[in-house]
Design a protein around this ligand. Structure first.
Ligand SMILES: NC(=O)c1ccc[n+]([C@@H]2O[C@H](COP(=O)([O-])OP(=O)(O)OC[C@H]3O[C@@H](n4cnc5c(N)ncnc54)[C@H](O)[C@@H]3O)[C@@H](O)[C@H]2O)c1
Length: 358
C-alpha cells in the first residue's frame, strides 16, 4: 500500500541517531516521534531533529500509543522482543536493529506475532546491504565458484568499555550478550550470498582471561561451526574483548571451482578471488562498502552505503505490501544459530539442532 510519506518513530537514540538522519531527510518518510529512556539522550535527539515536546517520549508504551506507521528499534537487544511485539500488536510495522532477540523463545514469539498481525517486520542487518555482498551473491548465483562447500566469517571488535563501565566497573547491557549471540553481521552476508540456512551448530569458548569481571559478554573469544541445509560448513569467529585494532569483519566463500574472500581490515578494502580455469592464482578483488552510484547522502547512516540501501528495502516492502528481504524468517536464520552455538559452548561443544521458523 503506497503512502505519500510513511510516518516513522525512532526508539533508542544512540545507534538510532544515524538512522534518524537518514529518515528525517528522506522523501518517502517523516520522522514523527522519538523515544529514549534517557532524558539527556532524548533532549539531544529532540534538538537534532527539531521535534516538539509532544513528539518525544521517555516511555515506550506512551510513544506507541501516539500512533505511527512504522518504528525503528535501536534499543539494547534484551528489549527487542518486548518492543517488537508491542509495536506489531498496535498495528505498527517494525524495522529492528540486530540481533532480533536474546533467546530462541523470544524469536519464536516475534515470528508468531508477525504472522498473527500481518504487519511487516524487517531485521536491520546492515552488513547484508554492502555492495560487495550483492556482487558475491551474483557471482555465486552464476555458478562461477562452483558449489559452495565452505564459508568463514569473523567479527573481531574489542569494545570492553561498552561491556563494563571503565569508571564504575558496573556491567552494561552488552555484559549479558555472549560473543556468539552477536552473529548476524557475520552470518547475514554468508546466508544472503549462498541462499542457505543453518541446521546444526556447535560452539566453543568459555574463557574469561581478558575482562574477568564481565559475565558472558566478556568471554575472551568464541568459535562456532555450522552445518547448512545445502551441506556446506560455516566457521564463525567472534570476540568483543580480545585486542585486535582495528576491529574488522572478514568473509570467505569457498566453492568447488574457486574462492572469494575479503580483507581483514576495517574498510572492506581489497579482497582476493580465485577461479579455476580463469586464472593461475588468486587476484585482487575489490570488496567495497560504498556503492559509488548512490548519492553522497547515502553515506549518512554510517557503514558505507549499507543503511541507506537497507532503509530503501524496508520502504519498498511497505510501499508494495511485500515481504522485505530480511523478513521474520530470515531474521531468525541470522539470529538463532548464534544463540544455539553459545548454548553449545556452555555445554562443552555438543552439536545442537537449530530450529527453523519458515
Ligand atoms: N548494525 C550495526 O552496525 C550496529 C551498531 C551498533 C549497535 N547496533 C545495535 O543497535 C542497538 C542499540 O545499540 P547502541 O550501541 O545504540 O546501545 P546503547 O546502549 O549505546 O544505546 C541504547 C539507547 O537506547 C536507550 N534505551 C535503553 N533501553 C530503552 C528502552 N527500554 N526504551 C527506550 N530507550 C531505551 C538508551 O538510553 C540509549 O540511548 C542494539 O541492538 C545493537 O546491537 C547495531
Amino acid at each position: 500500500m503506497r503512502k505519500d510519506k510513511w510516518r516513522i518513530g525512532l526508539v533508542g537514540a544512540h545507534r538510532g541517531k544515524g538512522y534518524g538522519s537518514l529518515l528525517a531527510g528522506h522523501p518517502r518518510c517523516e520522522l514523527v516521534a522519538c523515544c529514549d529512556s534517557s532524558e539527556q539522550t532524548l533532549a539531544g535527539v529532540q534538538e537534532a531533529f527539531r521535534l516538539s515536546d509532544a513528539q518525544c517520549f521517555l516511555d515506550y508504551d506512551a510513544f506507541i500509543a501516539a500512533g505511527m506507521d512504522a518504528v525503528l528499534l535501536a534499543t539494547p537487544i534484551p528489549v527487542h522482543a518486548r518492543q517488537t511485539i508491542t509495536a506489531l500488536e498496535a498495528g505498527v510495522h517494525v524495522l529492528c536493529e540486530v540481533t532480533a532477540a536474546s533467546t530462541v523463545e523470544d524469536c519464536a514469539r516475534i515470528v508468531d506475532t508477525v504472522r498473527r498481525t500481518g504487519k511487516t517486520y524487517m531485521l536491520a542487518e546492515n552488513c547484508v546491504f554492502w555492495p560487495f555482498v550483492r556482487d558475491w551473491k551474483a557471482m555465486v548465483g552464476s555458478g562461477r565458484l562452483g558449489e559452495v562447500i565452505y564459508a568463514e566469517c569473523e567479527y573481531l571488535h574489542p569494545i570492553p568499555a561498552m561491556i563494563v563501565d571503565p569508571e564504575t566497573r558496573a556491567p552494561r547491557w552488552r555484559a549479558a550478550r555472549a560473543p556468539l549471540h552477536y552473529c548476524s553481521h557475520s552470518l547475514g552476508p554468508i546466508l544472503e550470498i549462498t541462499g542457505d540456512r543453518i541446521v546444526r551448530a556447535m560452539g566453543l569458548g568459555q574463557g574469561h582471561r581478558i575482562l574477568p569481571e564481565a559475565p558472558v559478554g566478556g568471554i575472551d573469544i568464541q568459535v562456532a561451526l555450522f552445518e547448512t541445509e545445502k551441506n556446506a560448513i560455516i566457521k564463525l569467529l567472534r570476540t568483543s574483548v580480545a585486542p585486535r585494532h582495528p576491529g574488522f569483519h572478514f568473509y570467505l566463500i569457498q566453492g568447488t571451482k574457486g574462492f572469494v574472500e575479503s580483507a581483514r581490515d576495517k574498510t572492506g578494502g581489497t579482497g582476493r578471488l580465485y577461479v579455476r580455469g580463469e586464472m593461475k592464482e588468486a587476484r585482487v578483488a575489490p570488496c567495497s562498502l560504498v556503492d559509488e552510484s548512490l548519492p553522497k547522502e547515502a553515506q549518512a547512516g554510517g557503514h558505507g552505503t549499507a543503511e541507506y540501501v537497507l532503509v530503501e528495502e524496508f520502504l519498498d516492502a511497505l510501499d508494495l505490501g511485500r515481504k522485505p528481504s530480511i523478513d521474520e524468517v530470515r531474521a531468525m536464520d541470522m539470529t538463532v544459530p548464534g544463540l544455539v552455538a553459545h548454548e553449545s559452548a556452555m555445554n562443552g561443544g555438543v552439536w545442537l539442532d537449530v530450529p527453523r521458523f519458515g
